[in-house]
Design a protein around this ligand. Structure first.
Ligand code: ADP
Length: 329
């Protein structure tokens, strides 16, 4: 009912009287009034006048299925959306839905996460109303060893989506963090469930700091698009742009699980390349630091590095964290 009333108001140019809406939708005026109250609680600004009826004044910056699904021009990414205002972690919910048989392309969105996760059990700050906390369910018929490439492809899609929507110079910090002006605006956590025969499902979890004004003191490397761009951005526009770009690349990748056709695009966006970096490796509980020159990306998504003793290595994501020589990137 709520969705039907919203659709009516979005289509109406101006006021729609209670009488008109109730006739069109075949429900009582009381039911319409109730739906209007619910929409207002979600943040829609709706003017109501006893004479003229209802008019939609402003659509809020929210990422409910209704808003994200509107004008979404994908084939199957995000065509089914599971949304809740609050969740512990969208990856946990996506894994649960995947186990229950959710279709490829199903998207889980939360307005706020109470237990958001980063890599290696680290936590991810996910306050309400300002970020994008979402997880996409994929079921590629590929061997498990190719799955880590998908994280890079998702990072590429999100980097290009942020650039398109905000005009900001977003860059990829290998393998899949997105930074603006040297600070982190997006992190990606991919989780996989595989059996002997192959991959059962993959969940690509993505967090984007869109409109936060402030971060806790213990996150000195975090920033938001608003803090860098000086204005508020549409969360749904970023999600829609990302889903479209990622779907195109994912379809390509399903045919040939290699980064080859996207590598030039990835390298163009990758800020880690052609720099001296520090590789942080966790060995038996303690972290060792090695300085290296980042040279390139392989078709498998590894980072080619040259150490100071001139030996070369292809570093696989998941094994290390990358830092700049003096700063975060
Ligand atoms: P790393 O970049 O060290 O590999 P992860 O990708 O695993 O880290 O992300 C988790 C880390 O990101 C946390 O330990 C925390 O320092 C930081 N973090 C947590 N929440 C946010 C956020 N909303 N934005 C940016 N960084 C965050």
């Amino acid at each position: 009912m709520k969705d039907a009333v919203l659709a009516f108001l979005k289509e109406a140019q101006g006021y729609g009287s209670g009488e008109e809406i109730s006739q069109k939708l075949g429900v009582t005026r009381a039911a319409i009034w109730k739906a209007i109250k619910k929409l207002q609680a979600e943040g829609y600004e709706i003017e109501s006048s006893t004479k003229k009826g209802y008019k939609l004044i402003k659509v809020p910056n929210i990422i409910t299925p209704n808003e994200v699904g509107e004008h979404l021009n994908t084939d199957y990414f995000g065509k089914s959306i599971y949304y809740k205002a609050e969740m512990d972690s969208t990856n946990n919910k996506a894994k649960e839905l995947a186990r229950e048989g959710a279709k490829e392309g199903t998207l889980v969105i939360a307005d706020c996460q109470t237990g958001g996760k980063g890599r290696l059990g680290r936590s991810w700050e996910s306050p309400a109303g300002t970020g994008i906390w979402m997880s996409l369910i994929l079921r590629p018929k590929i061997l498990p060893q190719y799955a880590s490439q998908l994280t890079l492809i998702a990072g590429l899609g999100m980097c290009e989506a942020i650039q398109e929507v905000t005009g900001l110079e977003a860059k990829i910090k290998w393998p899949n963090d997105i930074v603006v002006n040297g600070r982190k605006v997006c992190g990606i956590l991919t989780e996989m469930h595989a059996e002997m025969e192959g991959i059962n499902y993959i969940v690509v979890g993505i967090g984007v700091n869109v409109n936060m004004q402030i971060f806790p003191d213990d996150l000195p490397h975090a920033t938001s698009l608003l803090l860098e761009g000086g204005q508020e951005y549409s969360r749904k526009a970023i999600i829609q742009s990302f889903l479209k770009k990622f779907e195109v690349d994912y379809n390509q990748y399903k045919q040939i699980p290699s980064l080859e056709s996207m590598r030039a695009r990835y390298e163009k966006q990758c800020i880690t390349l052609h720099r001296k970096i520090k590789l942080l490796k966790k060995v038996e509980g303690s972290v060792t630091e090695v300085v290296a020159q980042a040279i390139g990306i392989t078709n498998e998504g590894a980072l080619k590095v040259r150490y100071e003793d001139q030996t070369m290595e292809e570093v696989v994501s998941g094994e290390v964290s990358v830092r700049g020589l003096y700063d975060y990137v």
